[in-house]
Design a binder for this molecule. Structure first.
Ligand code: HEC
Length: 462
């Protein structure tokens, strides 16, 4: 088949655009790499060790969850190639938000910047040299035993240690604890931490089980401190469910976890009360055997103005990606249709890493009443998915991990119309200020009503 002249002309335009973008990107990264030209060698002690301290050692050190320690040159060197592979593919550290799409400002940001990834790759390509031992930064300190929220008022632990036999299969456990709360209180801060056998805890989450049967899943890893005037309700009689994903180690290990709460003073009711709800009706999920890129969409209409605090995708082993977008009630200026803002995309979902992505305060989406939250989920039900043990099977919705889901836990505040308008106005004023204070530095902000700051790849920030 021969392309018509018009086709070729179109192709040429398209290619030119691509090339221009490529040139723009290349010059951007050249600028970023200028310092490296002055000192061409990237070394472990000077450039790489600080990155590993900041982004890897929390898990990659003795008695932590990762399979190997990445502290000294001797420990890291044998893994150099694997480190380049995993970081370039954005599989390590575990943080699966696509930095080029939607919001890229998070309170618990856990990814590497493009520059950090490039530094690691350069170091590996140069033969992973040690460098000058005198450049080695002092060892990073990790405070496993302290409460980062300060001394909690209420602490609940698992009633008995969980025994984890050496080399067994992975286990998922839900352990219900009654912390003995006798009156309603608002949580100001909460933290969950392992007290024993940290080594085997691959993942831990917690859910509050309210006496009326409702529940709220909470931030899983770090300390979670609410801003003044906002909090989460813990009703009298609320139980805590510890959800543990345990990955056995070479030795028999017993493990335990504690959760600590700090409350607002008795009787104080914060203006904004965080809620966490599942979104998405996924009961019609239909994943034919041996099929890839199967798409499923689920929706939620916001009946009040809403400020989104956190997004936690929830799918199972066949899942490969998920995007969350907001279809806004107002019309697009450019086209006949509604405005749509992509909030976040997970471009390689990994069932073994159930993540909670907490938006930074000034990036929390402010969504008007009538917004439709839209989840787009993609699946790979073929043998090329390493977690798929039976690609010849049809898969549908279900609770078991061999079934699948198409959901997300959303944490949000409901706002009055007046508060919503005020918060949008404050956001706009702040963005304007940022833009004018340093034009070149300001994130490229879409000044739309949804107020979703867009950060380009070259400006990945914390
Ligand atoms: C939140 C904890 C955590 C963080 C942070 C983390 N890792 Fe990991 N890493 C793990 C765990 C657990 C595994 C084993 C399971 C897996 O592969 O997902 C692993 C596996 C790996 C592997 C594969 C090991 C092998 O046997 O081939 C590499 C390489 C790696 N990590 C490098 C890194 C680097 C480099 C960083 C920082 C830039 C990092 N990780 C940050 C927890 C973490």
């Amino acid at each position: 088949m021969t392309a018509t002249l018009k086709d070729r002309a179109l192709n040429r335009v398209f290619v030119t655009l691509l090339t221009l973008t490529a040139v723009a990107l290349a010059s951007g990264s050249l600028a970023a790499q200028t310092p490296a030209i002055a000192s061409p060698e990237v070394t472990f002690t000077k450039e790489v060790a600080p990155i590993l301290q900041q982004h890897c050692q929390e898990c990659h050190r003795p008695n932590a969850i990762a399979p190997m320690s990445l502290q000294t040159f001797e420990e890291v060197r044998p893994f150099a190639k694997a480190i380049k592979e995993r970081t370039s593919a954005r599989m390590m550290p575990p943080w699966f938000i696509d930095p080029n799409v939607g919001i890229n400002k998070f309170k618990n940001y856990g990814g590497l910047t493009d520059d950090e990834i490039a530094t690691i790759a350069k170091w590996v390509d140069a033969g992973a040299p040690r460098g000058n031992p005198a450049d080695m930064p002092p060892p990073a300190k990790f405070d496993d035993d302290i409460w980062h929220i300060g001394t909690p008022e209420l602490v609940a632990a698992m009633p008995a240690d969980l025994a984890v036999t050496a080399n067994g299969p992975d286990m998922w456990r839900n352990i219900v604890v009654d912390p003995g709360l006798t009156e309603d209180r608002y949580i100001k801060a909460v933290e969950i931490k392992p007290t024993k056998g940290r080594r085997v805890i691959h993942h831990m989450g917690t859910t509050l089980l309210y006496p009326d049967g409702g529940s709220a899943t909470m931030q899983s890893k770090n300390a979670n401190i609410f801003e003044d005037g906002s909090g989460r309700l813990m009703k009298a009689g609320t139980k805590v469910v510890f959800q543990l994903h345990v990955h056995p180690y070479r030795e028999d290990t017993s493990t335990n976890v504690e959760i600590g709460f700090k409350f607002y003073p008795k009787g104080y009711v914060p203006k904004y009360v965080a809620q966490t709800e599942l979104m998405g009706d996924d009961h019609e999920l239909d994943l034919p055997a041996n099929s890839d890129n199967v798409r499923y969409d689920s929706y939620k209409i916001l009946t009040v103005p809403t400020r989104i605090l956190a997004y936690a995708p929830h799918m199972h082993t066949r899942a490969k990606a998920q995007c969350l977008e907001a279809i806004l009630p107002e019309k697009s200026e450019q086209r006949d249709g509604n405005k749509v803002e992509t909030l976040s995309c997970i471009n390689h979902f990994d069932f073994n890493w159930m993540m909670v992505y907490e938006y930074a305060t000034d990036a929390q989406p402010l969504l008007p009443v009538g917004t439709v939250l839209h989840l787009i989920n993609w699946y790979n039900n073929t043998g090329s998915n390493r977690l798929n043990n039976d690609p010849d099977n049809w898969i549908g919705y279900g609770q078991r991990s061999i079934d699948d889901m198409a959901m997300a836990w959303m944490t949000f505040y409901n706002l009055s119309q007046k508060d919503f308008e005020q918060q949008v106005a404050e956001r706009k004023a702040k963005l304007k200020e940022m833009e004018s204070s340093s034009r070149s530095d300001a994130p490229n902000v879409a000044a739309s009503r949804a107020e979703v700051p867009k950060v380009t790849a070259s400006k990945v920030t914390q």
